[in-house]
Design a binder for this molecule. Structure first.
Ligand code: GRF
Length: 245
């Protein structure tokens, strides 16, 4: 059996590495993977740029911003909030968090602005417009919907659940594609529907889960993008395509 040095010098470390590569390939692979993941969560790497689209209250936007501020979504920066409604209350909330805001109601202008901002992730958070196809083709776009998709897409999802006598509903964060409330699902959180629920009480219970689900989904997607870039660039750059469809 090969004897391994207890306190290896430089030569000893070389022998140990050679031994590991030959005899313990899984250990070597795991250490390499750990190095990649350590470098992708390192604060020295440039943060992924997130733009959030809103139309109203902006509570999901604020949940993402707070999660980033609390350090729960490493290496992500919310750079810009865009509302299609000029006086949306969420705009003021975003400004209070020091985030730059724009009001853009024209979807072609929105597409042009996003091209300038070059976001790594676009989050639609209560954004009540259908975005033009080029936006979902050019960017990684996420959406949140207050039901367990594919159940109850479209407007009044909570009312649809009550009218259907559903026992469970919840929320879904998914990649947006060219459809309405379609696209690959990232996370879903379920809540019970109670017999005495109204649209308001059910909406409130689902909203609490939305505020956990959206930061969770952004964290997963940002992690995936960082890992993909680390693999493509060998650990550093931001140039690789990251769209997943
Ligand atoms: C949320 O229920 C979201 O699921 C739906 O619109 C609502 C937006 O709420 N698409 P807020 O503006 O994030 O507070």
């Amino acid at each position: 059996m090969t004897r391994l040095p207890v306190n290896p010098g430089r030569r000893g470390r070389r022998i140990l590495n050679a031994y590991n590569i030959m005899r313990r390939p899984r250990l070597v692979a795991r250490r390499q993977a750990e190095k990649v993941s350590a470098s992708s969560s390192s604060p020295t790497r440039s943060a992924l740029n997130v733009v959030i689209l809103i139309s109203g209250r902006g509570s999901n936007m604020e949940a993402i911003v707070r999660a980033v501020q609390a350090g729960h979504i490493p290496n992500v920066s919310v750079r810009h909030v865009i509302s299609n409604v000029a006086d949306a209350p969420g705009m003021e909330t975003a400004r209070q968090h020091g985030i730059e805001c724009s009001a853009i109601s024209d979807m072609d202008k929105l597409a042009a602005r996003l091209r300038q901002l070059k976001p790594d992730i676009v989050c639609m958070a209560g954004f009540m417009r259908i975005v033009p196809p080029e936006i979902v083709r050019e960017h990684t776009v996420l959406n949140i919907h207050p039901s367990l998709l594919p159940m109850y897409p479209g407007l009044h999802a909570q009312r649809q659940a009550l009218e259907d006598d559903a026992k469970w509903s919840g929320c879904t964060v998914h990649y947006a594609d060219e459809g309405v409330d379609t696209g690959p699902i990232i996370v879903q959180y379920a809540v019970p529907v109670r017999p005495d629920d109204t649209e308001e009480t059910l909406s409130g219970r689902i909203l609490e889960k939305e505020h956990v689900a959206y930061p969770h989904a952004v964290m997963l997607v940002a992690g995936r993008i960082a890992r993909e870039r680390a693999q493509v660039t060998g650990g550093g750059g931001r140039g690789a395509s990251t769209r997943q469809r």
